[in-house]
Design a protein around this ligand. Structure first.
Ligand SMILES: [Zn+2]
Length: 67
């Protein structure tokens, strides 16, 4: 059991599906739920769905170089 992830008891808004989810990972300042994480891993880069993921992920990777 991962005590690291089990530590998270609060629901957060997933940056991909935009729903409140209790479990997931943090990427930079954003949150990705476990379902989307798995989905992302299993989605082939040729799949149109992948483009949707990339679009959503762009919101996360806002580089600080622009500031
Ligand atoms: Zn999600």
């Amino acid at each position: 059991m991962s005590s690291f992830l089990a530590h998270n008891h609060y629901e957060e808004t997933c940056v991909i599906c935009e729903n409140l989810k209790p479990k997931g990972i943090h990427l930079y300042t954003s949150f990705i739920c476990t379902e989307c994480e798995n989905d992302l891993i299993q989605t082939d880069t040729n799949n149109p769905k992948y483009k949707y993921f990339l679009k959503q992920l762009k919101k996360i990777t806002t580089p600080e170089i622009f500031s």
